[in-house]
Design a protein around this ligand. Structure first.
Ligand SMILES: NC(=O)c1ccc[n+]([C@@H]2O[C@H](COP(=O)([O-])OP(=O)(O)OC[C@H]3O[C@@H](n4cnc5c(N)ncnc54)[C@H](O)[C@@H]3O)[C@@H](O)[C@H]2O)c1
Length: 337
């Protein structure tokens, strides 16, 4: 798979699409978005997105669309949208006629940084998030700042939460650049070099462990607590916000358990208070959060809480088992801020 940062998506797409017969190309696009240059040229399926719609029924709709267009195994699906479209479109393409090529054009910051790379595709099934899916990387991912101009602030901050995680697990230089980025202005052009570094970091981690057997778990930093908070909020909390809160709790444990310096925890706390706000949670819900963490699908043994922590910025350590009492202490810290 290759990734391309491009000012002009259409120009970048031309040589790739030229490898396919024109009648073998289909477009799947988030119904909230416009991309006339492509949708007027190729048969297009517009799909309204939500977590509820990331379903088998919608996959069938994509398969039906591909069949109706007569797309063969030499076909191409171009997926334009956020993480819901890239996950579901990738899954439909990977399973249609045992797999056709697809291209991702991510349009949210979260999809640019995370969902459109790494090769994970899938749907929600029986109410369980991403419980059916497969590893199937797109042939190309085209990332352009043009989409960020219409993105609501909460979506920006959500994607930026994943970027902060990448900075903490990769290198001090990236972490410092992210801290210096002006979130008041949200300049999409200025963000591009940082997006590029975050994507390159994820790509190299995934290349070393494509099916998440070990080293790829560094990407889970902030996610043990983050997923529990997201679940407790019944998905009302944007993913990247939950990751930022999870990072605070897991940085706290990195300090107490691994002797990580306090500076990144203090820096992220300031950023959280300024931009993300405090997480809302009643005292009684803390025990429930610990139970949710004990049921996390990332755990290797029943009821154990498994986290990725850091020794310092750029030095992640996977498979750190923490006790329920330690988890409660980290939550205590998070909710005391
Ligand atoms: N495969 C992976 O590795 C991976 C990683 C992270 C997240 N995900 C998945 O990604 C999904 C979340 O992604 P998301 O936050 O992009 O959600 P999304 O696709 O639901 O998009 C969020 C909202 O932004 C709107 N939107 C999209 N692009 C826009 C634009 N340019 N301007 C204005 N509005 C725009 C959408 O219509 C939607 O309302 C989840 O389903 C999650 O499971 C997958």
């Amino acid at each position: 798979m290759s990734k391309m940062m491009c000012a002009d998506i259409i120009k970048a797409l031309q040589p790739i699409v030229a490898r396919y017969e024109a009648e073998q190309v289909g477009v799947l696009i988030d119904a909230a978005l416009e991309c006339d240059v492509l949708t007027s040229r190729f048969p297009t399926l517009r799909m309204e997105v939500s977590e509820e719609r990331k379903s088998l029924e919608k996959v069938e709709q994509i398969w039906d669309f591909l069949f109706a267009q007569g797309i063969t195994r030499r076909g191409l699906l171009i997926c334009i949208g956020g993480g819901v479209i890239t996950d579901i479109g990738g899954f439909a393409a990977a399973t249609y006629k045992r797999g056709i090529d697809y291209i991702n054009i991510p349009t949210t910051l979260l999809a640019m940084i995370d969902a459109s790379s790494g090769g994970k595709t899938g749907i929600n099934y029986h109410g369980l998030k991403n419980s059916v899916g497969c590893f199937a990387p797109p042939v190309e991912t085209l990332i352009s700042p043009q989409w960020l101009k219409t993105l609501p602030a909460a979506q920006w901050l959500s994607g930026f939460g994943e970027m902060l995680k990448t900075g903490l697990i990769s290198q001090p230089a990236l972490w410092h650049q992210l801290l210096q980025y002006d979130l008041e202005v949200m300049d999409s052009e200025a963000l591009m070099p940082l997006i590029e570094q975050c994507v390159a970091c994820k790509e190299s981690i995934v290349a070393a462990d494509p099916k998440e057997t070990g080293p790829r778990k560094v990407l889970n930093f902030g996610h043990t607590f983050g997923h529990a908070l997201e679940e407790l909020s019944l998905d009302a909390m944007p993913h990247g916000y939950a990751v930022v809160y999870g990072l605070i709790a897991e940085l706290y444990l990195s300090v107490t358990n691994l002797g990580c310096p306090k500076e990144p925890l203090q820096q992220l706390t300031q950023l959280m208070l300024h931009y993300y706000g405090r997480p809302q949670c009643k005292c009684s819900e803390r025990e429930q959060l610990v139970r949710l963490m004990q049921q996390d699908k990332k755990n290797e043994r029943t009821a154990e809480i498994n986290c990725t922590l850091i020794r310092e910025v750029g030095m992640p350590v996977i498979n750190q088992v923490i006790t329920p009492a330690e988890a409660l202490e980290a939550l205590e810290y998070l909710f005391s801020l």
